[in-house]
Design a protein around this ligand. Sequence first.
Ligand code: PLP
Length: 397
Amino acid sequence: MNTPFERHIAWTSETPLGLKIDRAEGPYLFLADGRRITDFISGIAVSSIGHRHPAVLQAIEDQLERHLHVMVYGEFEKAAQVQYATNLASNLPPELQVIYFTMSGTEANEGALKLAKKYTGRSKLIAFEGSFHGDTHGSLSVTGRSIYRSPFEPLLPNVSFLPFNEEAALNAIDDQTACVITEPIQGEGGINVPSEAYLPGLRRLCDENGWLLMLDEIQTGNGRTGHWFAWQHQGVMPDVMTLAKGLANGVPIGACLAHGEAAGVLTAGTHGSTFGGNPLACSASLAVIDVIEKEDLIARASALGERIKNELTQALSGTAGVREIRGRGLMIGIELDRACGELVGRAMDAGLLINVTTGNVIRLLPPLVMTDDEADVLVGKLTDVVNAFCAREEQSA
Ligand code: PLP
């Protein structure tokens, strides 16, 4: 406990990497000791168009010239917010045109859960094992991993968890259900991609029984999986959708989208966020949409993701210990048959920043602007790191 960092910053991990960040640019982190690390996790799907993208910096500067925070209640019309909402909605169907802005993903989910209860007058919430929806009490209550939940129980009552990607289990939902909340692809839970029929089946059941389908696109959204939103792969439109992370490429923002009648229940006193839809974040988000469209990054995420997945599958096909390589677009998981948290440090020694989730899944969420050369570096170096780790484990077994 010698440095100001050690004395004053609340630590969030048991195995701190302790990197001193000097600056970040594009896909690179530059450390105070002179090292350059390539960022293949993008601050967990946040810096999707690369660190300090010039268009985002310019948008922030322009907004600084006009105004920062003004007032959140009372329907003050702020151009950055209105323009961003209009552009975001232009990629969405008529049923998802009204946007409630927040500061973060978990706040967006809090709003979505409260919307569901108030709009339907029902109280039962359905969620899925392995899911992650945020760390505040409501979002945590529908997060399907007991490791996160159990220290804080009792949480919200009337929440049922069903196994993810098992259609038969959906019949457990009853007529008291206000909503079903799920990620279209589970991120924190290990990059779990459901079968093609799963989400359409869930949508059908929601329609037949009057439950709201709420899709948490906080990690999957904004182009990462090769569509603006992951539900577009199967055309399964949600009644409520939540977004955050990559929207403003590093400026905090979240959003809860619904049709007008449902979104209308979130009146003042019902849900609020002083900083929600902050003008700086909205102007940055507007620039992000523009960059994604102009640079055709959604098609790029799809093509590059497929390429990386195929190359990793080939390169690691003979490696004992690698169970499966899966994902969609630039959301990729490599599942091992053993705990592999130490791979983060080993990859760092090779100049790569990666992440491990659930203890045994390497998670890759690279920036959508990653070049072919950077993808080659990722595949080559990561393959070496995983092979060396698995070979050492085999020898010591
Ligand atoms: N939902 C999903 C799917 C997430 O991946 C996360 C964060 O990892 C959240 C919600 C919570 O978002 P935030 O950390 O912005 O509150």
